[in-house]
Write a protein that binds this ligand. Structure first.
Ligand SMILES: [Zn+2]
Ligand SMILES: [Zn+2]
Ligand SMILES: [Zn+2]
Length: 488
């Protein structure tokens, strides 16, 4: 048993008696000793016969022409990036996602049962490059943790999964019934309500939290019985007003419970924002009536409050000449199809943002030339210019091959099933200097004043009080006020 020495550079044994280093380290030092300073760059390198390093030789040599091939798809002389295709054709190759998915699946062993359906689902909605990106991210997670469930996958952090991939996976799993649908808007509304509740100071917060629970269960009951429910915005606004009220009360004096709040306190709060008096008084009456029924207060301090005036018409009405100019622009074929349809639906049919955005292909009746706008009791017959604009939109939509059922599909929503973003319509009309809301208000004002408010409300599926603000005296008062306020 011989005791071998240890190499100078590493911990391996040295087998030859004449050497100080192991075989590998010996070879390395020997080779390093052959390096000389380059005559051009002066760095210590292995030199070529002309006393220059390889990098200097490459830098001074004439450039070689790039290797090109005749692309198998477009036939042009381009660089080969694989499968005999140029980069552009390779990116656009519709088989690429499937080849990529198959090679990933081989490495996964076994791939989950939903892998191939996911590939088809994504390929139908995205261009090949986008599909590969989604598959790459999903595949990486599956290779790292083969037993990950669909639910866990869609709960990944943004660092693990990009927003696009997360959206595709959520849509796919929900579509196949592998995960429960979750509503982003509803989650945001819940978070907003929670933030209002936590901002309410201690002695008053418990009652408001209970009030919120009562109104939420009331909404749930209404939803189950198919009655009209309040929007998340309304429910959130109520909590915001109560938060502002509690902050105002505690800033004035020390209050230990709702029973100590007096009508004077409420009046001082209402005096801060006179324009919101109607809404705020309405809510206070509601809240204190509820508190009284719960025996939280003995007398209702809101009973003596007078409701403010109904909020008046605060919108803009277009002049007749302006309307004519817009109509002429939107009746032309050369104007972009989305802009034409949005403008005409708002200007001629008083279409609201939600009505226009949520219009789907199934809502169009080609025989009767009508569209069914959401919330309206009857289909709306379209005039020839609007019908032509709608046809142009449908033609463009057909050319993109999107699976989104809506008539107005944007670049962002073409791979989803959601309607366009709320700001999309306003951005479309921005170039014309008007907004869809201004067009709609113009039309509503005309309808209410030329026809009859009740008929208009019935035809458009609006409620009577909502439409009275478009009556002539309201509009005139408001417009006069605006002119006095801004003399120009
Ligand atoms: Zn060594
Ligand atoms: Zn050199
Ligand atoms: Zn090509």
């Amino acid at each position: 048993m011989s005791r071998l020495r240890i190499c100078l550079d590493c911990s391996s044994p040295v087998r030859l008696r004449t050497r100080q280093r192991c075989h590998r380290c010996h070879r390395r030092t020997e080779r390093a000793a052959l390096q000389r300073p380059c005559t051009r760059c002066a760095r210590l390198r292995h030199l070529l016969p002309d006393d220059r390093c390889a990098a200097c030789r490459r830098a001074t040599a004439p450039r070689k022409p790039p290797k090109t091939i005749r692309c198998g798809s477009c036939g042009e002389q381009r660089r080969n990036v694989g499968h005999g295709l140029c980069n552009r054709c390779h990116q656009a190759d519709t088989d690429r996602p499937f080849r990529y998915a198959a090679s990933l699946a081989r490495r996964m062993q076994p791939a989950p049962a939903w892998w191939n359906p996911l590939v088809e689902f994504t390929a139908a909605r995205f261009h090949p490059g986008g599909t590969v990106a989604v598959l790459r991210e999903t595949g990486r997670l599956l290779l790292a943790a083969p037993s990950v469930t669909p639910h866990q996958l869609s709960q990944q952090s943004p660092a693990q999964l990009s927003a696009t991939t997360n959206r595709v996976l959520t849509a796919f799993f929900t579509d196949r019934g592998l995960a429960l649908p979750h509503d982003d808007a509803q989650q945001r509304a819940t978070a907003r309500r929670r933030s209002y509740l936590t901002a309410i100071p201690e002695p008053l917060s418990k009652a408001v939290t209970e009030f919120n629970q009562t109104q939420m269960s009331e909404q749930e009951r209404r939803r189950r019985t198919g009655r009209r429910t309040l929007s998340d915005i309304t429910l959130g606004t109520r909590l915001r007003i109560l938060r502002d009220l509690t902050v105002h009360l505690l800033a004035r004096r020390q209050v230990t419970g709702w029973a100590e709040v007096t009508t004077t306190d409420l009046e001082s709060f209402l005096a801060c924002t006179p324009a919101d008096r109607h809404q705020q008084t309405y809510l206070m009456r509601r809240f204190f009536a509820w508190a009284r029924s719960r025996k939280l207060v003995l007398t209702d301090p809101a009973r003596g409050l007078a409701l403010g005036a109904q909020p008046a018409f605060t919108g803009v009405v277009l002049e007749l000449a302006e309307q004519r100019k817009l109509f002429a622009r939107w009746a032309r074929d050369t104007t972009p199809a989305h802009e034409r349809l949005v403008g005409l639906l708002a200007l001629l049919h008083a279409g609201s943002n939600a009505e226009i955005r949520s219009l789907t292909v199934a809502d169009v009746d080609a025989v009767r030339r009508t569209v069914t706008l959401i919330g309206r009791p009857f289909p709306t017959p379209l005039d020839p210019p609007t019908w032509a604009a709608l046809q142009a939109c449908l033609l463009n939509r057909g050319a993109t091959g999107t699976l989104n059922p809506h008539v107005i599909v944007t670049r962002v929503t073409s791979s989803r099933t959601t309607p366009a973003h709320t700001s999309y319509l306003a951005r479309l009309l921005a170039a014309t200097g008007t907004t869809p809301a201004a067009c709609r208000q113009t039309r509503l004002t005309e309808l209410v004043n030329d026809l009859d408010p009740k008929l208009t409300a019935a035809a458009l599926g609006m409620n009577g009080t909502g439409i009275t603000r478009y009556a002539a005296d309201n509009v005139n008062r408001d417009r006069l006020q605006r002119r006095v306020a801004s003399p120009s």
